[in-house]
Design a protein around this ligand. Sequence first.
Ligand code: HSE
Length: 305
Amino acid sequence: MNKFTITVPASSANIGPGFDSAGLAVNKYLTLSVEYSNVWEFEHQSVHLPANPDPAKHLIYQAAKETADTFRAPLPPCKVVVESEIPLARGLGSSASAIVAGIELANQLCQLSLTDQEKLKQATMMEGHPDNVAAALLGGLVIASPLASGEIGVFKKADPQVELVVSIPEFELKTEDARKVLPEQFSRNDAVAASAVGNIVFAALVSGNYELAGKMMEEDLFHEPYRASLIPNYREIRNEAKSAGAYATVISGAGPTMISLVPKGKGSLVSASLQKRFPTYNVELLKIDPYGLRVNLDLSSRLAR
Ligand code: HSE
């Protein structure tokens, strides 16, 4: 009987003005250990996940089923042990990682041989926007945009030379609620101003001008000004991180986590300063995951079959 594992990183979407299009994969992981079974069964081994999950309502199962249906393949049942280091509803892409994991589960179980583009299309359709799912799938810094043809345009840079510090509060913020505070429309002038900031941020990040990227990241006009009031200590976290040497601090995804981009070698200092000042937060020093989704086939179980 074949066994395999699927590992998907967490992600931080937006990176300031890359609203709904840019994401960074980070080294916190969702891992599925899968073996064939007669019935569907999920077992959770994580403080972040509820006990006794119902397979039919499980996001990973739903993503797998929808993928199998899209490609008209029967989905064989299996037992899935889920381990997760990704806290829920904190802006670290937990649902995107689950969707990417579910798509890969169908890919393996149904032997679909999906391309990254096919997986990304499927994931974007399920999540509604590509930012978290593209980073979780591909790793690194990813900027993605659906095209009129249905294809997803994607740019990836695997290894921006920064460290990351996340300040994760104890409370949850649902993406749905954090999207309700955003304007439905922008005037042309406002759209031009907001996308100009974004253009500089991503040109600077990709070319390694992190000082400039940091300066512009904190000037986002697409979502941060509207969400700041939902996030206690928004300004204080920014200021503390900046004083300790960070390039910039922005809302991670829809929040409430804040993420600081920090020069290499300064992450411990920034992390310690933030943890001292905000003791109720879980402050963690993270790295960019350059790889994204990976699958590990258990060859010993295959040989034993
Ligand atoms: N781009 C999304 C948002 C990320 O900011 O609402 C969360 O899904």
